[in-house]
Design a binder for this molecule. Structure first.
Ligand code: ATP
Ligand code: MG
Length: 395
């Protein structure tokens, strides 16, 4: 028994008993028919947010403007949205107004693709007004209604189409594809943030390469300049599975060599992408060596190597990188047998920069195998270094 599903059916039945229509809808039904039961369950209902809130105590107003509230029951949560009709859109992104309706068919009509417009009732019966089931079986992604109009209403649907190709191995139906092609300029109306979100979905999905090929063929890359060269490359080279950060570094390496300012990345993502990009640039001419492996760590090096081997399989250095990492006598400064505190204790030095320079040298000596990671030998090396520094200063 699937608890989320059974609890969801309970929510539907409770709504029904209170005189409302209620169905599972969208991605949950699509994925359920494809054989995966997600716990991310959307419910569509004739009940208004107020009515839902009265029936389920503790309901949270998560998107009341769009008719959505979150219902909690038996440790599960459900997004319940009132049957909606979306008005016209001036900005190709947001409807000017949303209206609420008491009819399921009107709610399904506003949805993007036939496979996302399937509904399921409490008894498990499927409501299929747009041939979504047949499209699901044939793995076809088809816009509901006139595709060009649908993409003009909301250009985000263009990226959602590629998301479903990448996730589900679907093929975009020709008229829908033409609608994307014709309206690709409207992608300029989609915020950088949403573009990034959809892009991450695509890159992390199992059939990402299929989506890259569809993106390249549809012309949308004209509007996605920072990733254009990278996606075109990936569309025709069968790559190793790349993380989003590796994907981004590859795109920037083949493109502008810089992370676009419009990308709202977390600091962690930005640093990680920048580090991979730098390493890819450094290792373009020189192979990975033990210093690079020490400074960047195994994961950073493997990430850059994933980009390198995607660009040219002959440059795969994974085994060498792993061997170098395994052979490193130390992985962190604190693993030095003679370190900062010891320098302070056994020399008259106090200047942090000078001490830092000595530590860098000790690390270099240890990881290149010139001096073993041994207290006495490192101390001797440090003292002789300090003596030579003193002589240089005196002379
Ligand atoms: P996922 O499995 O990635 O969550 P999903 O289809 O459930 O995919 P959601 O963004 O969760 O996608 O949206 C839920 C449903 O709402 C969709 O299945 C679709 O019916 C509808 N929907 C979402 N975004 C749009 C949109 N931009 N235009 C039209 N319908 C949309
Ligand atoms: Mg969903």
């Amino acid at each position: 028994m699937n608890n989320a599903l059974e609890t969801g059916k309970k929510v539907l039945r409770i709504l029904n008993e209170n005189g409302h229509l209620a169905y599972f809808v969208g991605g949950f039904v699509r994925d359920f028919l494809l054989g995966t039961t997600s716990s991310d369950i959307d419910i569509t209902s004739s009940a208004t947010p107020d009515e839902v809130t009265r029936i389920f105590p503790g309901t949270k107003a998560t998107g009341v403007k769009y008719g959505t509230v979150t219902v909690f029951l038996d440790h599960h949560s459900f997004e319940v949205t009132t049957f909606r009709t979306d008005g016209d859109s001036q900005d190709a992104r947001h409807p000017d107004e949303v209206g609420f309706t008491r009819t399921l068919s009107i709610d399904l009509e506003r949805r993007d693709f036939t496979v996302n417009a399937l509904a399921m009732d409490a008894a498990g019966d499927i409501i299929d007004l747009y041939g979504g089931r047949a499209d699901l079986e044939a793995k076809i992604l088809r816009a509901i209604g006139d595709p060009a109009r649908r993409f003009r209403e909301d250009a985000l649907r263009i990226l959602r189409a590629f998301r479903f190709v990448a996730r589900l191995d679907f093929t975009i139906e020709p008229k829908t594809f033409e609608g994307i092609r014709a309206n690709r300029a409207l992608l300029d109306n989609v915020s950088g943030e949403r573009v990034l979100t959809e892009l991450k979905y695509i890159v992390r999905s199992p059939y990402a390469v299929k989506a890259y090929a569809a993106m390249a063929a549809s012309g949308v890359l004209d509007r996605l300049e920072p990733i254009a060269a990278g996606v075109r490359f990936l569309a025709v080279h069968d790559p190793v599975k790349l993380s989003f950060e590796e994907f981004a570094a590859l795109c920037f390496f083949l493109g502008d060599h810089a992370i676009p300012a419009s990308w709202r990345l977390s600091n962690r993502e930005r640093q990680s992408i920048q580090k991979i990009l730098n390493l890819v640039e450094v290792t373009e001419a020189d192979a990975f060596d033990i210093l690079i492996v020490y400074v960047n760590g195994l994961d950073g090096c493997l990430a850059a190597n994933a980009v390198n081997r995607t660009i040219d399989p002959a440059r795969n250095q994974e085994d060498a990188i792993r061997a170098m990492d395994a052979a490193l006598p130390i992985h962190k400064t604190c693993e030095l047998a003679f370190k900062g505190d010891d320098i302070l204790a056994s020399t008259p030095l106090t200047d942090a920069r000078t001490i830092g320079g000595i530590i860098d040298d000790l690390i270099y000596q240890v990881i290149t195998g010139r001096v073993p990671n041994d207290y006495t030998q490192l101390r001797e090396h440090a003292l002789s270094l300090i003596r030579r520094m003193g002589e240089r200063h005196d002379g």
